[in-house]
Design a binder for this molecule. Sequence first.
Ligand SMILES: Cc1cc2nc3c(=O)[nH]c(=O)nc-3n(C[C@H](O)[C@H](O)[C@H](O)COP(=O)(O)OP(=O)(O)OC[C@H]3O[C@@H](n4cnc5c(N)ncnc54)[C@H](O)[C@@H]3O)c2cc1C
Length: 483
Amino acid sequence: MTSLETLAADLRTALGPGRVITDRQELRTYECDGLAHYKVTPGLVVLPRDTVECARTVRACVAENVPFVARGSGTGLSGGALPHADGVLIVTAKMRDILEMAPDDERAVVQPGVINLDVSRAAAAPGYYYAPDPSSQQICSIGGNVAENSGGAHCLKYGFTTNHVLGVQVVTPDGDVIELGGRAPDTPGYDLLGAFVGAEGTLGIATRVTVKLTRLPEAVRTLLAAFGSPAAAGAATSAIIAAGVVPAAIEMMDALAIEAAEAAVRCGYPPGAGAVLIVELDGPAAEVDAQFAEVTALCESNGATALRIAADAAERALIWKGRKSAFAAVGRISPDYIVQDGVIPRTALPEVLSRIAETAGSHGVRVANVFHAGDGNLHPLVLFDGTAEGEADRAETVSGAIIDLCIEYGGSITGEHGVGADKAKYMPRMYSADDLTTMQLLRCAFDPAGLANPGKVFPTPRLCGEVPRVHRATDPAPAADLF
Ligand SMILES: Cc1cc2nc3c(=O)[nH]c(=O)nc-3n(C[C@H](O)[C@H](O)[C@H](O)COP(=O)(O)OP(=O)(O)OC[C@H]3O[C@@H](n4cnc5c(N)ncnc54)[C@H](O)[C@@H]3O)c2cc1C
């Protein structure tokens, strides 16, 4: 029997029926995450129900020296949950229990497969919600959010996932169960919880997560401001932050993104706008009213051509509908597109946006921009037609050039979508070889055998277990060649 056959037989006995998938067609449903151009059919899929079963699965992998990859909802956009052809995909879809809801302690304890929005829904009655709100929040899992340190529109004011996770129970890469952090903030000693959040499943599998709950704000006010160009909208963004106002969210969409959103969801944004800003303020009503007047004035003094203030929850939802549907909506104006994710200092927005437009123009490629302007987190959508000769290559070149721009302006190769399989190749553009080696030493401390999500995040695996051997055949570069 092969290692995978041994594993499958062992886990079928241990976990019971319907929890181990070996059928080729069923396995294919797990072949990619949200970055669908990387595809690898996993060797085996296992669906544990709890920590004990997850640890049992990992120990079985260790015994057979088989790599494993955790998967939540598979919405990741960097190929982080890309499986290994001769490895095990451990899917948390059956770990969806909210274990504890303690609004008085502003805390909830959940299994990793719980959907992000379900935490807010469960906390709403006592007046709380879970603040990090990726646009995918209706489907992405808390475990995936932890692994990616996910952000969202309202992370400008409230911070990313890392600011809302108090503790994590982890199945380590050798199958032990440990607790990182706790039920209260700031445990003493090394911040291993901080290291785990954002580690993209390379340091183990989160099987229980303690998250902070945030009080629902007394007031929320939302404004849609139209501008002649993204540069003008970028200048207004900088002016708002420079004035000391921290909105809950400042989101920007350019003309192409607006066109796509209109086609998809008829959000009714002002016609002819070169860009729109969605600015949302929340908090105590008196503070929100005062700051809202200031924001409105700053938009006007920075050239806003139209202002629309949401009068009620329905109008607010319509303004957000355009933004939240924007990624998918781009399919209306282009058969294919790359969702890029990078960060720049906010003040560089006007300059970088015009350089992106120049680069795109010189390669004959269109780029739609829809992004978290308040924290400089760009999401350029590079449009192309995969059936047209050379277009995919040109789009890839522009996409890479955008990352170079982010680095040139002192930013980062990813804001919130992670490195995964897709961006490992860019890590040496941002970090020296010594930096990368140091980071991998941490990984080795957790995973000396190199079995947890190998081939992700780092471009040149060469420490501890990360040496070429059988399972390396499915590492990102060869995987990318498969399609
Ligand atoms: C339309 C759309 C909009 C999006 N908008 C945003 C956005 O606004 N902000 C944002 O940050 N992201 C966004 N994303 C990206 C994605 O939704 C997030 O990265 C999300 O956190 C992934 O969650 P998931 O459950 O789908 O994880 P998966 O895709 O299944 O996995 C992602 C990574 O997490 C690891 N992982 C999963 N579960 C665990 C676990 N229990 N323990 C350890 N590691 C684990 C995987 O190995 C993988 O490396 C968007 C994606 C889409 C498709």
